[in-house]
Design a protein around this ligand. Structure first.
Ligand code: GLP
Length: 263
């Protein structure tokens, strides 16, 4: 696992956007680049920078297919807290050459959510699998909506949200946890693990405990993101604040090894 430590949130986002752009540009296969995407506060700076590059003509999304990680159950597209709305508001609406038909987001209003999730897995496979899955994590280490103790081999499906997550996410729902949907559709940890590369953003003091568990703890369903220790192409891009609970030696190790890699 690589851990790329940047001074602050903005530099973390710039690093991640540059990395994604480099991968899209280097893609030479006879099929579109398949990019997995998260929602949340963490990726907003990455989306801004990718959109800037796109508008400046530095990066095209014409040959990119996207799959989002998750969506709240029961929220229609036009709901301002649906992840469909978030993605269009923060990213897709700002791209000049993204094809709408290449955007895939789980439908939170699907009549049969399980069938919706099964079809999503099939579509990812039909597109040749995900080349790079960007993600964020919750304070409890959840990846997408795979809460603690979700199977590390889980596939796309319906998930119950914990009270903790509903409280954390209530900041977008008038600070009322009861207004946060109790369930969501989410890719599984197994779905993320199938991606060729996974790039997870971890920012801020409130993620420091999860960061330490994911990087230094054992692989455990308690911290579902820790499954990435078994992925051969996993990168965590983080800021200094997220490193607050790491051992000094761990912190120094990654600064040292990444410095060498940049030479
Ligand atoms: C939600 C999403 C996750 C996201 C997490 C962290 O629970 N389902 O995919 O990673 O929030 O969000 P933030 O980046 O705002 O801390």
């Amino acid at each position: 696992m690589r851990v790329v430590i940047q001074d602050n949130y903005d530099k973390m986002c710039k690093w991640a956007a540059d990395y994604i752009a480099k991968k899209i540009k280097a893609h030479k296969e006879d099929r579109p680049f398949v990019l997995g995407l998260p929602t949340g506060s963490s990726p907003i700076g990455v989306y801004k920078e990718l959109a800037r590059m796109n508008q400046a003509g530095e990066l095209s999304f014409a040959n990119v297919i996207t799959f989002n990680m998750d969506e709240y159950l029961g929220l229609p597209h036009e709901h301002d807290q649906s992840y469909w709305y978030f993605m269009h508001d923060n990213f897709f609406n700002h791209l000049v050459d993204m094809k709408p038909e290449n955007i895939n987001i789980l439908n939170g209003m699907a009549e049969d959510p399980e069938a919706e999730c099964a079809a999503y897995e099939e579509k990812i496979a039909a597109c040749g699998g995900i080349d790079l899955f960007m993600g964020g994590i919750g304070v409890d280490g959840h990846l997408a909506f795979n809460e603690p103790f979700t199977s590390l081999t889980s596939r796309t499906g319906l998930r119950d949200l914990t009270t903790d997550t509903r409280i954390v996410n209530s900041r977008f729902f008038g600070n009322d946890p009861e207004k946060v949907p109790a369930q969501a559709l989410s890719v599984g940890i197994g779905t993320v693990m199938d991606a060729k590369e996974v790039l997870v953003l971890i920012s801020g003091h409130n993620k420091a405990r999860a960061m330490a568990a994911v990087v230094e703890g054992g692989v455990s369903q308690r911290w579902t993101c820790s499954a990435l220790q078994l992925h051969n192409g996993a990168i965590i891009a983080c800021d200094e604040e997220a490193c607050g609970e790491l051992m000094v030696d761990t912190y120094k190790y990654f600064l040292d090894i990444e410095r060498k890699e940049r030479l």
